[in-house]
Design a protein around this ligand. Structure first.
Ligand code: URP
Ligand code: ZN
Ligand code: ZN
Ligand code: ZN
Length: 487
């Protein structure tokens, strides 16, 4: 046969194009598109289905310890298997530095964890919590050149947060070396102050997490993060946005031509703060930061998904078992302050967006492809190897059955979390066949992928990280004073 695999009669949809035709795959890459004459060792008839670029999930926590020291429930096997079942063929988890650690060592450790287990391809972002001279001067520039071209920094969480001063150091470095900085934007002191007074009055249940993490804490930190980026003319991406005012702030920054990118997640279209309001400690299952808000915020998130304020829709999969060893719900021993933050979402990210977005007419399939795959690959330096359907690109594809009805049951999912925050929800549309580098890894509910068959991807320095060349006027004068932190 001329090809390893040919998908026939597909309705092929990418971020830019739609076409009816065949996809021929050889040696893991797309070899031909259109009317393919040659035959395949294997052929799949995709009549009546959509073929989309395999999902790229650029915000996932796998085999990572939280700021509070709690271990994720998913390792690189269950995490990537769960991703594949949900139509995702690339993940970008974090290699997380905790204070005192060498970033180089951190990266080695995550590779050791991922290499023998991952079943789909992966890159890494770095989490920088300790920007020492060694990290800023040597480790980060070298790691960026080695293909780790994005890093996340935190404005909150005691163990991870960096100061505004440190943010400027990191932004200036990213600007100079061609990396993209991702920011968790919440005002730490506002949250701590509210939490302290809630706990003082005996309000310790999970539902108070959604009160302590006030909307204005997200709005303020988003505004401040953008101001810091403006000072030094560094592009920035604000992760997991949930809130109306913060979204407006990003929209305005973009309207002024600033390179501010933004991400949102399934929990902000499908959950609300009321979900945390459950008897006893049950609400911990819906705890994430920022917390889900209300229906008005959900509408603002949809507006941002439609109008392009959001570039990427990621899961922020942060899996913690509610009944770890049958004892402690997500670490919640005394108050909501100790509870692990995060909800699972790797497997349902795309089905939820398809069902709630495409099927309802809120977004079209091109936007779906952009938000679920293409923009992630572009923003983080993996395009066009990942994120599209084009000759020469990796054959990472998801064949979607738009009619397939699924009722969410955690028992049918493939993560190791033990519950789903979306239990009982109706979903219309499902990725029935998932292909990673030409390998059919999921088909009709069955997995066919060996542990360790996923490959590490080095990220290029992304266009998104290129500065505008317009720092704040005072910053621009620094060169004349002999100070050149930017160049
Ligand atoms: O609640 C969340 N989002 N937990 C994961 C860690 C993070 O801040 O992304
Ligand atoms: Zn975060
Ligand atoms: Zn909290
Ligand atoms: Zn996260």
């Amino acid at each position: 046969p001329a090809y390893d695999l040919v998908i026939r009669n597909a309705r092929i949809v990418t971020a830019e194009h739609a076409a009816e035709g065949d996809i021929a795959i050889k040696d893991g890459a797309i070899a031909a598109l259109g009317r393919v004459a040659g035959d395949g060792a294997r052929e799949i008839d995709a009549a009546g289905k959509f073929v989309l670029p395999g999902g790229v999930d650029s915000h996932v926590h796998v085999e990572q310890r939280s700021g509070m020291g709690i271990m994720c429930a998913d390792d690189f096997y269950t995490g990537t298997v769960s991703a594949a079942y949900g139509g995702t063929t690339t993940i970008i988890p974090f290699a997380a530095q905790h204070r005192g650690m060498s970033l180089r060592k951190v990266v080695q450790d995550y590779h050791e964890a991922a290499t023998p287990k991952a079943v789909i391809d992966y890159a890494f972002h770095l989490i920088v919590s300790d920007p020492t001279e060694q990290v800023l001067g040597q480790e980060l520039p070298a790691l960026i050149r080695d293909g780790y071209t994005s890093f996340k920094i935190y404005m909150t969480y005691e163990a991870l947060k960096v100061s505004d001063y440190q943010m400027l150091d990191i932004l200036a470095l990213a600007r100079r070396e061609g990396a993209l900085v991702m920011v968790h934007a919440e005002n730490h002191d506002m949250i701590q102050w509210l939490a302290h007074h809630l706990v003082d009055q005996g309000h310790v249940a999970p539902r108070y997490h959604a009160i302590a993490h006030a909307r204005v804490a997200e709005a303020e930190a988003t505004n401040r993060a953008i101001a810091l980026a403006r000072l030094v003319d560094a592009p920035m991406l604000i992760v997991h946005m949930s809130e109306i005012e913060a979204i407006d702030t990003v929209r305005q920054a973009r309207a002024r031509g600033l390179k501010i990118f933004a991400e949102t997640c399934p929990q902000y279209i499908a959950l609300t703060g009321d979900d945390l309001d459950k008897p006893d400690v049950q609400g911990a299952m819906w705890c994430c930061s920022p917390p889900p808000r209300d229906s008005a915020a959900q509408e603002a998130v949809w507006a941002g998904l439609k109008d392009g304020t959001f570039d990427v829709f990621s899961s922020d999969h942060a899996p913690y078992q509610f009944n770890e060893g049958g004892k402690i719900p997500k670490g919640l021993t005394t108050t909501f302050k100790e509870m692990a933050n995060g909800v699972p979402g790797l497997e349902l990210r795309l089905p939820l967006l398809f069902s709630e977005g495409v099927q309802t007419g809120r977004i079209d399939l091109h936007r779906f492809a952009a938000l679920s795959s293409t923009n992630h690959a572009r923003l983080y330096g993996l395009y066009p190897r990942k994120g599209t359907i084009a000759v020469g690109s990796d054959a990472d594809l998801a064949i979607w059955d738009p009619q397939r009805q699924v009722t969410v049951r955690w028992a049918d999912l493939h993560d190791n979390v033990g519950y789903s925050p979306y239990e009982g929800r109706q979903i219309t549309g499902w990725p029935t066949t998932v292909i990673s580098r030409g390998r059919v890894v999921v088909e009709n509910g069955k997995l066919d992928a060996a542990r360790g068959s996923g490959r590490f991807l080095r990220c290029e320095s992304p266009d998104a990280s290129r500065p505008l060349g317009k720092p704040a006027p005072e910053m621009a004068k620094m060169g004349a004073f002999g100070v050149r932190p930017l160049f």
